[in-house]
Write a protein that binds this ligand. Structure first.
Ligand code: AP5
Ligand code: MG
Length: 206
């Protein structure tokens, strides 16, 4: 099982680059933001609670977020068999420590953390553009500012956390999507990732 964390500020390209890694290597994509947005779209109890944090650009409390993640891992053993790309999780030191324990209990660990580096001005421009195009509720100028503040105060320290463990690779997240993807693969070359040749419908087999 190969477990990767794709790390970076809001708008740095975590989702965009995860899509490519999943296609090529058959990893299971866990995006905590997408998961919460699905709950909001379905108007579940969790969705209503999540919306009250997301719309302000604040983080969902650690206890709840950690439990949600553990449930996803427990209920998708087949999809996670080759490994997982964690996108948007962990976002706090408490989440990183919990993730380590969860994976350890499953005989695994985090193999690498790829951090996408993008200047703040470009992040803001990308998110404002997406807000106008797709209308994601947290892509408004005020909420974007708050998301970036939360990133700097609470999430950015994970860079040190994973650097200290020798797992962090920094990748320039500006330029074309293809050139960034190629740099990500270079940063992961020591892991000897194997292309996914036999793709099986994961939903049927999980
Ligand atoms: P989440 O969904 O994780 O959002 P985020 O971290 O703010 O990041 P985004 O999804 O906006 O950006 P991205 O890095 O995926 O970039 P993308 O590829 O989309 O979280 C949302 C909220 O949920 C949080 O604020 C929090 O409230 C809650 N939450 C989630 N996880 C949580 C957790 N673990 N704990 C607590 N709360 C949690 O790209 C962005 C845009 O740029 C796109 O339009 C894309 O097309 C464009 N783009 C991508 N690459 C390039 C490029 N190379 N050049 C130009 N444009 C590009
Ligand atoms: Mg995303």
């Amino acid at each position: 099982m190969m477990n990767l964390v794709i790390f970076g500020a809001p708008g740095s390209g975590k989702g965009t680059q995860s899509d490519r890694l999943i296609d090529e290597f058959g990893l299971f994509h866990i995006s905590t933001g997408e998961l919460l947005r699905n709950h909001i779209a379905q108007d579940t109890e969790l969705g209503r609670l999540a919306d009250s944090y997301i719309s302000k650009g604040h983080l969902i409390p650690d206890d709840l977020m950690i439990k949600i993640l553990e449930d996803v891992l427990d209920s998708n053993p087949y999809r996670a068999r080759r490994g997982v790309i964690f996108d948007g999780f962990p976002r706090t030191i408490a989440q990183a420590e919990a993730l380590e324990k969860m994976l350890e209990a499953r005989g695994a660990g985090i193999d690498a953390v790829v951090g996408l580096e993008v200047p703040e001005e470009e992040l803001t421009q990308r998110l404002i553009k997406r807000g106008q195009r797709e209308g994601r509720s947290d892509d408004t100028p005020e909420t974007i500012k708050e998301r970036l503040n939360v990133y700097h105060s609470t999430t950015h320290p994970l860079r040190e956390f994973y650097t200290g463990k020798g797992k962090y690779s920094s990748v320039d997240g500006t330029g074309t999507i293809e050139s960034i993807y190629s740099d990500i693969k270079k940063a992961l070359s020591h892991l000897n990732l194997q292309p996914n040749e036999h793709s099986i419908d994961p939903l049927i087999n999980s």
